[in-house]
Design a protein around this ligand. Structure first.
Ligand code: HEM
Length: 216
């Protein structure tokens, strides 16, 4: 029996913060990067059991996919702060009471920080050197200012540990249990890169402009 499920419902206010990111994580993984991720899971986990949270440290490619998604599609694209006193940032004097917005979406696409920034390239997070951006040493915990999907400092996201357990495990299970394909409106499989429309619509979070529809 074929049935249609809308795995990823349109963003609703009641959704938890990691849910909108599921859109991006899944669609950026289609199609050829998906094969590499499946190979990694097959090697580390095999086909006899479901992936577990304890497998995560042994799945560097999957972790790199997640970081690359956070770089290009941070679920919360702007951090906000209010200055409680006059301060100096670079050449700018910020008066007390100013609202400051840190555009992490823009930092993730900045060619001064990332080489070939518009290319979805998880391998940049597996390289030990700096040739393709900050490389393997970068994480999402708020200490590397090039990649701040969970913010930073005292107002940084307190849900980071939960999110970074649940999100990779969910993504792994989706990759392990299903063969995802991109199809055209007639249902014919399409091969190649950049086939999934990754455009975003504006908002406090960065939801997809067009929902991802999955048929099982
Ligand atoms: C992929 C998942 C998630 C992402 C990308 C994310 C991202 C963020 C970001 C960027 C901020 C603002 C941080 C800052 O201004 O420096 C934030 C704040 C916050 N997040 Fe998350 N978050 C996620 C999951 C969660 C989860 C699972 C929870 C709770 C269970 C959570 C609870 C909060 C709370 C309460 C704040 C406000 C903290 C404050 O203002 O002091 N988040 N999150």
């Amino acid at each position: 029996m074929t049935f249609l499920i809308w795995i990823f419902l349109p963003l609703q206010q009641t959704q938890l913060p990691w849910q909108p990111n599921g859109h991006w994580q899944t669609s950026s993984t289609i199609p050829n990067i998906l094969e590499k991720a499946q190979e990694e899971i097959d090697q580390v986990v095999g086909k006899a059991r479901l992936v577990k949270q304890s497998d995560l440290p042994n799945l560097p490619y999957l972790q790199a996919i997640i970081k690359e998604n956070f770089r290009l599609h941070p679920p919360i694209p702007m951090l906000a702060r209010k200055s409680i006193a006059d301060c100096q940032i670079g050449n700018y004097t910020i008066p007390e009471g100013s609202l400051l917005f840190v555009n992490i979406w823009s930092i993730g696409r900045d060619p001064k920080v990332w080489s070939n920034p518009m290319k979805f390239n998880p391998e940049r997070f597996l390289k030990p050197n700096e040739s393709d951006g900050p490389g393997i040493n970068i994480d999402v915990k708020g200490f590397n200012y090039q990649l701040l999907p969970f913010g930073t400092g005292r107002r940084g996201c307190p849900g980071i540990n939960l999110a970074m357990q649940e999100l990779p495990t969910t993504l792994e299970a989706m990759i392990q249990c299903f063969n995802w394909k991109v199809v055209n409106p007639e249902g014919v499989e399409m091969k190649g890169n950049d086939l999934v429309d990754m455009s975003e619509r504006p908002g406090l979070t960065a939801p997809r402009a067009h929902d991802l529809v999955c048929e099982v």
